[in-house]
Design a protein around this ligand. Structure first.
Ligand SMILES: [Zn+2]
Length: 291
């Protein structure tokens, strides 16, 4: 019986791995090196532990403990390195038991600082030429201050909320990203093709925050992928267009998900949900890469 179960589990793992098969050859794709995206590193950027999942799944899972993964995505493009999301602050790594939010709902963990993960890949923060964050919550902009050499891409309304007089009203902690105030910034009002070749496109997906955005990446072998940001925290929320209670705007959240479902139908993209630990268990992590 056990061997049958194991065989089935193996089969399922193979089946579900199929859309996520990647080549990790160290030489990459020399033939395609002159343009577009060459590879992407999915970096473990910490975890958020909660004692009540129901805040993300209204009406369900009251009092249920849950672990959300947290990722940063380093994209190698012919024009330079781009970082999407900067994870939980490296400062949290100094606290082995994690750091609990003032409301007691979430404990953030950062087992390995982002700076260390980048070093293992062979990239220094100053090498990053382009940086964008899905939004300005602390688990996405925790290490933003490392990337002052990069051009920042932000929706204008998110920028105004983050750098305006009252960022705390949006749940933003300015200390996380204060140094980017002096950065070169491209303020967006909608979608934006970062490199002008269609390979990396910022998609405006407001709702979780006022200027939330997601990222479309066209990988050379894996094909198109949409990086969710916090448009949805779980695959099941994405499938059901279910909105957490803490979102900035519930209607916008639903509309953004509907628009991205249509976009995915059009492009054939996979959606990779940043915080869904189970889905991410099937995606190779840095220092391996996807291409
Ligand atoms: Zn988040």
């Amino acid at each position: 019986m056990t061997s049958i179960k194991n065989a089935r589990r193996f089969l399922l793992s193979i089946l579900f791995a199929v859309p996520l098969l990647f080549s990790c050859a160290p030489m990459g794709n020399p033939g395609g090196a002159s343009s577009g995206v060459q590879r992407m590193y999915v970096i473990n950027c910490g975890e958020n532990h909660t004692n009540d999942l129901s805040r993300w799944t209204p009406g369900q899972n009251v009092g249920r403990a849950w672990v959300f993964s947290d990722h940063c995505y380093l994209i190698q493009h012919a024009k330079g390195w781009m970082l999407w999301d900067t994870g939980i602050s490296d400062l949290v790594a100094a606290s082995p038991k994690g750091v609990t939010n003032p409301n007691g709902l979430i404990t953030a963990h950062m087992p390995k600082p982002l700076a260390v993960s980048l070093k293992e890949i062979g990239v220094a923060p100053a090498d990053i030429k382009y940086v964008a964050m899905s939004h300005t919550h602390s688990d996405h902009c925790g290490n933003a201050n490392l990337f002052t050499a990069a051009t920042l891409y932000m929706q204008e309304n998110e920028y105004n909320a983050a750098f305006g007089p009252e960022p705390q009203k949006s749940g933003f902690v300015v200390a996380n990203y204060e140094r980017l105030r002096a950065s070169t910034v491209v303020k967006l009002n909608g979608d934006h093709d970062v490199f002008g070749d269609g390979s990396v496109v910022i998609k405006s997906t407001p709702g979780h925050t006022i200027g939330h955005q997601s990222l479309f990446v066209r990988l050379p072998k894996t094909g198109p992928v949409l990086l969710s940001g916090d448009m949805a925290h779980l695959v099941v929320n994405w499938d059901q267009a279910r909105v957490p209670t803490m979102n900035f705007n519930q209607d916008q959240s639903v509309k953004s998900m509907q628009a991205m479902h249509a976009f995915i139908a059009q492009t054939g993209a996979q959606i990779w949900i940043n915080h869904d630990k189970e889905q991410n268990s099937r995606i190779p992590k840095a220092p391996a890469y996807v291409d």
